[in-house]
Design a binder for this molecule. Structure first.
Ligand code: NAD
Length: 456
């Protein structure tokens, strides 16, 4: 079906007001969860074919987040979509004031390839829950997952309500010609700018979930073993192809050697032999990314790993040492299983280096010292993060997820996702039985005095 037809039908469906009924939304979310559960095997198979993602990782880092989000919305939509009373004040006596959360209309959600299910479906759930119609545009790179989501959704939902349109840059450019009521985009900064520009033509509100280099501070007073364990898990999950993965480490020089050893022993423990690696570790999504990543491995600076197999698009968990901000690997987001370790002897200087660069999507702080933790939280601006952990902030839907500055605009997950896809309609509601006449002409000093008292 042509995009123009889908777009026109979705607008008509939204205008029929069916999606404004909260029980309709709940019903659709329950139906969607049931469908995904029934088709889990297809979803696992597709993502494994695309880049070797295991059932375990797919459930843990994709499907569980989707199911959890559906459960949260089913439980809370009634409460979140209710009109909320707010105070009115004397000036409008005897009126009442309230806010009505209302859906925006026809929404477009564009996904990235690295978590192809959750990056597309979690915002879709927020948009459905808020009462919109939804067009999804998955990334074309994981072709099987894109095809599978299109099949599951398009065979089971009417396209005038919820629909997948597949394609790459060309198709997305065509879709962006239409005036959507909201565009939600996950992807790179350069494409984010293209989306923002296309949306500006129609003054369409956007949420941009972008990327960047997320620093990880490791302070001298940290629990070294636990720090290494959590960082290794977070960095090499999805083979480092995670927007909020620790991009690079800033470790206190006094513990650098022992920390590097701890990283190495964690990698050796969890990715012991090639069979386990085959089962538990992902491939790089495509040759372009494989070639880009393998060039970033400076053989003089390998502390551990560095094995690359082009035919298999495989790069082993790799640690680089003696890295400075001038190295090639520090220029752009890595987005792969290479972890550069930089050391510092002056924390203020390290903070300064981070602050001179684009505001990161995430930042992680490993320390036992509350004062140092608070100092870093106060001085560095970033989207979100964790203290003494990495990545797990994502699993708490009470925490809005999104970037700041170049790492993004807006947020989602849980209630913040509902707000992202809603408009707060503000209403002052007045009866006829009383009117204070002070605001009407002819004006007088006496009326001004009363107005001053009422309005300040
Ligand atoms: P990308 O920007 O290349 O592609 C994202 C989407 O945009 C895809 O659906 C693609 O088809 C479409 N697209 C590509 N070129 C386009 C064009 N010229 N015009 C219109 N649409 C176009 O990003 P990617 O490679 O899929 O993902 C990697 C990037 O995404 C990384 O920078 C990563 O940090 C970021 N990311 C951010 C988050 C987040 O939640 N903040 C999550 C995952 C990935």
């Amino acid at each position: 079906m042509k995009i123009q037809e889908i777009y026109t039908k979705q607008q008509a469906f939204f205008n029929s007001n069916i999606t404004k009924d909260v029980s309709f939304r709940i019903e659709q979310l329950k139906k969607f969860k049931k469908l995904l559960k029934e088709n889990e095997d297809l979803l696992y198979k597709a993502i494994y074919e695309d880049f070797g993602k295991s059932e375990f990782e797919t459930y843990m880092s994709e499907l569980s987040l989707i199911y959890h989000e559906i459960n949260i919305f089913v439980k809370n939509i009634k409460k979140w979509s209710k009109r909320k009373k707010v105070a009115t004040g004397f000036a409008n006596f005897p009126a009442k004031s309230y806010i009505i959360p209302e859906p925006l209309g026809t929404t477009l959600i564009i996904g990235a390839w690295n978590y192809p299910y959750q990056l597309l479906l979690v915002p879709a759930i927020s948009s459905i829950a808020a009462g919109n119609t939804v067009i999804l545009k998955p990334s074309e790179l994981p072709a099987k997952t894109s095809e599978t989501m299109a099949k599951i959704i398009n065979d089971n939902f009417p396209s005038d309500y919820f629909c997948v349109v597949e394609g790459g840059a060309k198709e997305t450019t065509e879709i962006l010609e239409y005036r959507f009521d909201k565009i939600f985009f996950t992807g790179s900064i350069p494409v984010g700018k293209i989306i923002y520009k296309a949306a500006a033509k129609h003054l369409t509100p956007v949420t941009l979930e972008l990327g960047g280099k997320s620093p990880t501070f490791v302070l001298a007073d940290t629990d070294i073993k636990m720090t290494a364990k959590r960082i290794v898990w977070a960095k090499f999950l999805n083979a480092g192809q995670t927007c909020v993965a620790p991009d690079y480490i800033l470790v206190d020089k006094s513990i650098e050697e022992i920390f590097l050893k701890a990283l190495k022993s964690e990698i050796e423990e969890h990715y012991k032999n090639s069979e386990e690696i085959d089962e538990n570790y992902l491939r790089i999504i495509n040759m372009n990314n494989f070639d880009r990543l393998s060039k970033l491995i400076d053989s003089d600076k390998i502390y551990f790993g560095g094995n690359c197999d082009r035919a298999k698009r495989f790069i082993s968990p790799t640690i680089l040492q003696d890295i400075s901000f001038q190295d090639e690997i520090m220029k752009d987001e890595i987005f792969g299983p290479i972890l550069p370790v930089l050391s510092f002897s002056d924390l203020d200087q390290a903070i300064k280096m981070v602050k001179e660069r684009a505001k990161p999507l995430a930042c992680y702080i490993y320390s036992n010292n509350r004062q140092t933790i608070d100092k870093l939280l106060k001085e560095i601006s970033f989207g979100g993060g964790a203290v003494n952990d990495s990545l797990m902030q994502l699993s708490n839907s009470n925490l809005p997820f999104g970037g700041v500055g170049l790492s993004g605009i807006g947020s989602y997950h849980g209630k913040s996702g509902f707000d992202t896809f809603s408009h707060n309609k503000s209403i002052l509601d007045k009866p006829f039985w009383f009117e204070a006449n002070f605001k009407y002409a002819p004006y007088s000093k006496y009326k001004l005095k009363i107005i001053k008292w009422l309005l300040e």
